[in-house]
Design a protein around this ligand. Structure first.
Ligand code: ZN
Length: 494
């Protein structure tokens, strides 16, 4: 009898334990294909309970399945707390505004950009939402969201990551700084064999582990800091159907950039040599413009102001911005006398000057900040034009001395740009990687003449740009280069 009772109570105890385990197990993993003892079960469970990832309607999680780019966009936005985009226009030809993925993809266009079409005549961007996210896609987008300072990893050479991954050369060079920081932070570990397997698709349980390590709990401080930055971002309504367009003109060994602003106003930065004055004027007239609202003569070298007389004589000029730098050349003296003769409104170009600052767009002058430089190039007016979430930086011929002053006067928020017009025609006297890494551009433009006698651009500058993964265009080989911004994305137009 006694024996039976004991057996009975043991049975109840075991049953109760089993029930507890049963309910715990149901809580621990809601998915019947994710066993409790599966290495990624804790990550999957945690992220699922926070609404960051979800399984499928049939109760599976399919932990070994690949992750599509649009699926990862949603996971990353959910995990990081980035605000969902409220925009109603799609930057991508293959993402419809009515797709479920649209707000997620649109929230992280900066961190997880799409692809420029490579078909001739097609200037559209594509996101390729159902392509598998690669291992570096996932890591780089995460690290961009987290916004670490990566300057210690530049310039990127082969020793970066070679100690960590045998197959480091499967990782695109421009992605390596992000991967290196992700390893340092412990977000990724690579495989047990010490490989990264760049270019390979990543599976769902691995993504869960990475996102959990990066966002182990609801980090409201982090979320707030991300979203506060986003608060200033204008919505579609404010931007309307407007664009900034920048023409980097193919005008030999010199500089000339024509900028069309969303409000219909125009800016011309430099006018190359006198030889190209007429060409620059007819280019702008052919676009249908008779007024230059903002004319910038970055500095008084002949390859920047040579065509200015032609410009002053052919256009109504709003305001002319030029630095307080003098030289004794004939070109410069002629330029000055036309300014006086035409009674042009002149404003000194120097650090801190605002050219315009409206709701969604601004143009500020970041340099020069000094009154005396040994080299005339360092008097160059450096201009940053911002429109919505995008920005363009124009360096004139500013050299390292000026770059360093800009770095000490401005923080990353007022310096970063999607596109940089490289200083001094790609000479090695400019474009140190410490500067470029703060600007962090996707694209660079070098304005130079074919086979010029100065050897511009130099191998050193091209290598720096290449090592940093900055896609570079040159007027001598690409002709006139056009970049457009809709306030959210920058893309090349043909
Ligand atoms: Zn120059």
């Amino acid at each position: 009898m006694l024996r039976k009772r004991v057996t009975w109570s043991v049975t109840i105890a075991v049953l109760t334990l089993l029930m507890c385990l049963g309910s715990f197990s149901a809580y621990a993993t809601s998915f019947y294909d994710v066993p409790d003892d599966f290495w990624a079960a804790p990550y999957i469970t945690n992220l699922e309970s926070r609404g960051i990832i979800s399984g499928y309607g049939d109760g599976t999680f399919l932990p070994q399945n690949y992750v599509a780019r649009c699926e990862y966009a949603k996971m990353l936005v959910n995990a990081s707390g980035l605000k969902l985009s409220t925009k109603r226009t799609s930057p991508y030809a293959d993402v419809d505004v009515n797709d479920w993925s649209f707000p997620y993809i649109n929230s992280i266009t900066q961190q997880m950009p799409g692809y420029q079409s490579t078909s001739p005549g097609d200037s559209r961007l594509y996101f390729k939402p159902w392509d598998n996210a690669t291992r570096e896609d996932v890591t780089v987008a995460l690290m961009k969201v987290m916004n670490y300072d990566l300057s210690e990893y530049y310039p990127v050479d082969d020793s970066l990551l070679s100690d960590v991954f045998y197959d480091y050369n499967t990782i695109p060079k421009q992605d390596r700084p992000y991967i290196a920081e992700a390893v340092k932070q412990g977000y990724i570990t690579g495989t047990q064999e010490g490989t990264f397997q760049g270019g390979d698709p990543i599976i769902r349980c691995e993504v869960a582990a990475i996102l959990y390590r990066a966002f182990p709990n609801d980090n409201t401080a982090y979320v707030d800091s991300v979203n506060n930055n986003n608060e200033e971002l204008p919505s579609d309504v404010a931007l309307g159907n407007s664009f900034v367009k920048v023409y980097y003109l193919n005008i030999g060994q010199g500089d000339s950039e024509f900028v069309l602003l969303p409000n219909g106003k125009t800016m011309l930065i430099d006018a190359s040599t006198s030889k190209y004055g007429k060409e620059i004027c007819s280019f702008i007239k052919n676009l249908g413009y008779n007024k230059i609202d903002y004319l910038v003569a970055t500095h008084p070298h002949a390859d920047h102001i040579g065509g200015m007389n032609e410009v002053l004589n052919n256009f109504e000029i709003g305001t002319l911005y030029m630095p307080n730098a003098v030289t004794t050349t004939k070109t410069y003296e002629q330029f000055l006398s036309t300014i006086i003769e035409k009674n042009i409104n002149v404003v000194e170009a120097k650090s801190g000057v605002t050219i315009f600052n409206e709701d969604t767009m601004s143009a500020f002058i970041l340099a020069p900040s000094n009154n005396e430089y040994k080299d005339l190039n360092n008097y160059s007016a450096v201009i940053r034009i911002a429109f919505g979430n995008t920005a363009f930086l124009f360096m004139g011929d500013a050299e390292i001395e000026s770059e360093n002053e800009i770095l000490s006067n401005y923080n990353i928020e007022s310096l970063w740009a999607n596109v940089i017009k490289i200083g001094h025609h790609g000479s090695s006297s400019s474009s140190q990687q410490a500067f470029l890494s703060k600007v962090n551009p996707m694209f660079a433009v070098i304005s130079c003449g074919a086979d010029n006698k100065y050897g511009h651009p130099t191998e050193q500058t091209l290598n720096t740009l290449n090592n940093m993964g900055i896609k570079t265009f040159r007027t001598d080989t690409d002709g006139t280069i056009i970049f457009a911004s809709d306030g959210n994305n920058v893309y090349r137009e043909y």
